[in-house]
Design a protein around this ligand. Structure first.
Ligand code: PLP
Length: 393
């Protein structure tokens, strides 16, 4: 039986592939340390669990409006006001089944066949696939390591053609952990405005920012930029709620309404109970968010210093999110592997440490290592990687 052309061009997720292999080894009784996870290792805070239980008991177990409960939209609007001084109306917000589905629906709503979307690399694995599924063409612009993996306004300018419809900004970034400053965003926004581009601003790691760094949304640059920006965010990473599947998009009313129409024919609505949980996440105490953020920052500071001691590894210190994205090209070379992909595969086979090769993120010389796991396991993993490199030198 033939599959559609649409799905046959899909690339399987490299993150999931390595996780599957790690699980296989674990099931066979091996002591595997998985550093592939894209989710916080904490449980969802108790007051959020309580709100979900209460919602169920009170019978909030039915369909909701397709674009989400008005009370959740109001909680999101308050959050935007408080955190970013941005004003939105309920008609400018759609709640969706995770930030991932907000992005998916967005590309379906704005792209026609052949429309180009500029994706800075390294990029989150789903962007190119989602753009292709909507008939669009991903155009990659390399965020160079010497520029903290960020793209420059000149690079952006050069990638624009008369088919360019949108550009994606993901700050803090998965996989690099880098954050665009206000000035950098201002310069990129000027280029976007002069070409009338839609700015897709994925801010899912907004709350995970370390040291002196701060998160600025590109929509905060000016009202004109806000009008061209669709912000994507959600509770998955901030409130350790990946399994609840609540994300959202905020921006231009026509786009949001088109997305809502699409959602009404695809998901109907995000899970009712999870929406009540998300209201509690935003309206309840925010201390748990800060406690988790601090735990990630502590781990980063400890693990980073150890990682850069491993022969052949070099790494820019991440500013946010929960990933390290070291360059391991030299490590692969000195250990006799042809490339980083092979190095990662052998490391899993031999030392049972699962990293995600950077090739899936458009950066084949790098590897992604998630520190959303206990310090004890992280220390053990670093020891094993170090041993692996030294044994093969
Ligand atoms: N955007 C980025 C950059 C991500 O890393 C992820 C999850 O890994 C998402 C969006 C999707 O988040 P959600 O779990 O809310 O769908």
């Amino acid at each position: 039986m033939n599959l559609s052309k649409r799905v046959s061009t899909l690339t399987p997720s490299s993150t999931l592939a390595i996780t599957a292999k790690a699980k296989e080894l674990k099931a066979a009784g091996h002591d595997v340390i998985g550093l592939g996870a894209g989710e916080p290792d904490f449980n969802t805070p108790d007051h959020i669990l309580d709100a979900a239980e209460k919602a169920m008991k009170e019978g909030h177990t039915k369909y909701t409006p397709s674009g989400g409960l008005i009370s959740l939209k109001e909680a999101i609007i308050e959050k935007f006001k408080k955190d970013q001084h941005l004003e939105y109306k309920p008609s400018e917000i759609i709640v969706s089944t995770g930030a991932k589905h907000a992005l998916y629906t967005l590309f379906q709503a704005i792209l026609d066949d052949g429309d180009e979307v500029i994706i800075p690399s390294p990029y989150w694995v789903s962007y190119p696939e989602q753009v292709k599924l909507a008939g669009g063409a991903p155009v990659f612009v390399e965020g160079r390591e010497e520029n903290q993996f960020k793209i420059t306004p000149d690079q952006l300018q050069q990638a624009i053609t008369n088919k360019t419809k949108a550009v994606i900004i993901n700050s803090p970034s998965n996989p690099t952990g880098m954050i665009y400053t206000r000035d950098e965003l201002k310069e990129l926004a000027e280029v976007c405005l002069s070409h009338d581009l839609i700015i897709v601003s994925d801010e899912i790691y907004e709350k995970l920012v370390y040291g002196e760094n701060e998160h600025v949304s590109i929509a905060q640059i000016s009202p004109e930029v806000k009008e061209k920006t669709i912000i994507i965010n959600g509770v998955s990473k901030s409130h350790s709620m990946t399994g609840w599947r609540i994300g959202y998009a905020a921006g231009n009313e026509r786009i949001i309404q088109a997305m809502t129409n699409l959602a009404s024919h695809s998901t109907s609505n995000p899970t009712s109970i999870a929406q009540y949980a998300a209201i509690a996440a935003y309206e309840g105490p925010q201390e748990p968010v800060e406690i988790m953020r601090r735990a990630f920052e502590d781990r980063l500071n400890i693990i980073y210093e150890k990682l850069v001691q491993i022969p052949g590894f070099s790494c820019i210190k991440p500013q946010g999110a929960f990933y390290l994205f070291p360059n391991a090209k030299e490590a692969a070379e000195i250990t006799g592997f042809r490339n980083v992909d092979e190095f990662v595969e052998a490391l899993l086979e031999e030392e049972k440490v699962a990293l995600v090769p950077g090739s899936g993120f458009g950066a084949p010389d790098n590897v992604r290592l998630s520190y959303a796991t206990s310090l004890e396991l992280l220390n053990k993993a670093i020891e094993r990687i170090d041993r692996f490199v030294n044994n093969h030198k």
